[in-house]
Design a protein around this ligand. Structure first.
Ligand SMILES: Cc1cc2nc3c(=O)[nH]c(=O)nc-3n(C[C@H](O)[C@H](O)[C@H](O)COP(=O)(O)OP(=O)(O)OC[C@H]3O[C@@H](n4cnc5c(N)ncnc54)[C@H](O)[C@@H]3O)c2cc1C
Length: 390
């Protein structure tokens, strides 16, 4: 297995310039707006446009679609540097989940209409896959699109569409043919998220982020908004989920909180000695350090494969499976180290590390659910990765 990802001088130069830009431009307010998904405020929108103006949001995309050249490794550097700065790439759904599918399968008209605006930081998308009775088994989705001349009329309900309350476009999967085997009757569309007939209702989550129910009541969507071929949506969704699993977790994101935790153990006394002298605490920390390094190696391997032009297939499932459960193991171990005080919420008096770990603990519950649950990912690794029978 090749875990070795080599980068060129040009790519490293990009990393240095991007890092300096983030040092200069990121504020705690911008970082917080992205991590909470509560609705992107004006500061975060302005920041996205500023990043877009540098051309770096379009790194890895062709210039004719608003990109600035470069390779998939530049995309990797983009997400890694943001994660290292404890921030999120703005408009991440448009840039890393929908944009690549439009680039590969969209019509010339759709590419010209959307890709430059994604690369400039102007627009964001929300993923519209899940329905109340179709989550893991997406092929069972029921929401219908009915052919009506030059448009489709869409009626039905989606659930857990996280960014719909502030996104500009809905990346919507619907059933366009109910009379064929289920995987072959689904299509993907780009819908104006504020179109007439759409109602968005909030769902509050344990992690503090907002997600939504989205209802369509006879919404008219032009046929020009069909992504790629009719009834091929299931396969495009699978492709977009592959990008999602690859881009959502970066092991390096855990490094700053890990360092703060180590510093905490070196400065906090319990039972007459420093926490870092306790063998159980040391074991926890050594295990965390090891897991972070393993996840980094898996990421490097995935991008080394992409760089050589190999399709990822189950590799992105394997990466997401490990990295998402690693974050949960990290918070469990950190809470163990901190003891009861670790449960004190942000802004509570005496909360260790200002309550950041308990906040991470609540936010990490979704990690092993969204973008494919761990059970589904294990099944993909077993069948597609190891060739076991379905
Ligand atoms: C906070 C949050 C944000 C989300 N954001 C979005 C979003 O933006 N857009 C979007 O479209 N969706 C989103 N989702 C939906 C998410 O992708 C689904 O919740 C997830 O795919 C699981 O589907 P489900 O909730 O219907 O659970 P189910 O599919 O009903 O699964 C329930 C349990 O059964 C297990 N299970 C199901 N099938 C199998 C099987 N074949 N083998 C073994 N175990 C199985 C699952 O692993 C799980 O533990 C979000 C969900 C949450 C909670």
């Amino acid at each position: 297995m090749d875990f070795n990802l080599t980068t060129t001088d040009e790519e490293e130069n990009f990393r240095v310039k991007l890092s300096a830009f983030l040092d200069r431009e990121l504020t705690p307010q911008i970082c917080r707006q992205h991590s909470m998904d509560l609705g992107l405020g004006p500061e975060a929108r302005a920041f996205a446009l500023k990043l877009g103006a540098t051309g770096w949001l379009g790194r890895g995309w062709p210039e004719k679609y608003g990109g600035s050249g470069g390779s998939v490794i530049d995309e990797y550097i983009l997400v890694q540097e943001f994660a290292r700065h404890e921030a999120f790439v703005p408009n991440i759904v448009a840039r890393f989940m929908c944009g690549p599918v439009i680039l590969r399968h969209g019509s010339a008209e759709m590419k010209a209409a959307f890709l430059p605006r994604i690369a400039s930081g102007e627009i964001e998308f929300s993923l519209g896959y899940t329905e109340p009775s179709s989550g893991s088994d997406l092929a069972s989705m029921r929401m219908r699109a009915v052919d009506d001349g030059d448009s489709y009329i869409m009626t039905g309900q989606k659930i857990f569409n996280t960014q719909s309350h502030f996104a500009d476009y809905h990346w919507l999967a619907v059933r366009t043919n109910p009379d064929v085997p289920r995987h072959h009757g689904i299509s993907l569309f780009v819908v104006d998220q504020r179109a007439e007939g759409i109602t968005i209702r909030p769902i509050e989550t344990l992690g503090g982020e907002r997600t939504n129910e989205v209802f369509y009541d006879s919404v008219r969507v032009p046929k020009s908004r069909l992504v790629g071929g009719l009834n091929k949506g299931f396969y495009y969704m699978a492709e977009a989920l592959g990008y999602e699993r690859l881009m959502l977790f970066q092991a390096i994101r855990l490094v700053p909180p890990f360092k703060r935790l180590v510093a905490y153990t070196k400065s906090t006394m319990r039972g007459g000695r420093l926490l870092c002298d306790n063998p159980d605490v040391r074991r926890h920390l050594a295990q965390m350090a090891t897991e972070i390094r393993i996840a980094q190696a898996l990421e490097d391997r995935a991008f080394a494969l992409l760089k050589k032009g190999n399709p990822l297939d189950h590799e992105s499932s394997l990466l997401k499976l490990f990295a998402s459960s690693m974050r949960q193991r990290f918070v469990d171990a950190a809470l163990d180290i901190m003891g009861p005080a670790g449960r004190l919420e942000e802004d509570s008096e005496g909360a260790p590390l200002a309550g950041e770990i308990i906040k991470m603990a609540r936010a990490s519950v979704i990690d092993t659910i969204g973008g494919g649950t761990s059970e589904i990912l294990k099944s993909l690794v077993a069948t597609r990765g190891m060739g076991l029978p379905r």
